[in-house]
Design a protein around this ligand. Sequence first.
Ligand code: SAH
Length: 257
Amino acid sequence: MTVRAKKHLGQHFLKDEQIASDIANTLTEKGYDTVLEIGPGMGVMTKYLLEKKYTTHVIEIDTESVEYLQNTYLNLTPRIISADFLKINITDYFEDQFAIVGNFPYNISSQIVFKTLEHRDRIPEFSGMFQKEVAQRIAEKKGSKTYGILSVLAQAFYDVEYLFTVPPTVFNPPPKVDSGVIRMLRKEDYSLPVDEKLFFRVVKTAFGQRRKMLRSSLKALNLSDSLRETELFTKRPEQLSVEEFINLTSLIEQDAH
Ligand code: SAH
């Protein structure tokens, strides 16, 4: 018995054992004893995770896949969470540091990264496979068209590395696009020297109108004229590095009205 791929759940099962093992091996195994695999499907990668010294948990939304896993990996059964990763309260399941890995469902992959960023205090490492364009976007530096909210927010807290590209032919069914594998390692000091909520807001607001100069896209933040007339505010968001976004947030924090 195997699981029939369901499109609405983003199911593209890996059929290449080597690649499944390569993705499992992207984890450094440093700084945690627990790993959570998101979307294990039929467990092609899970079996490699189970060989490691850390404890593997999985979360899977598809009950047919869950049943398959229960029948196939008997020892894993108590650590199968049959639920939607985007809906669970992470702190209900994990008290300590844990890493995330997966061949992620591409329809929700950005949301998976955002949820990881929200819980960065528990997640020292995150690696896995995305649609190539999304993987590149997360790792992208300033000045590129694909540089955006995901790039800045992820790189503010994590060192992001694009590892390798995977062709559609190794999946069943094959997706229409190439895939890319990345690893994010949380920075040693991942606290920002500014109000982190404001930082998120500045980045999201600026990229909300990415073609505009900051002096007009950031109007909603109610800034003083003298601040909006500085040179920095004639830039567009894709021209700012992560560091510059942090400096910008600091200037906004100190802005006197
Ligand atoms: N890792 C497997 C399957 C990848 S396909 C392999 O490489 O073969 C993506 C998997 O994510 C599917 O099994 C799908 O059911 C699961 N999935 C989709 N949305 C999910 C969600 N919100 N939470 C948890 N799992 C999800």
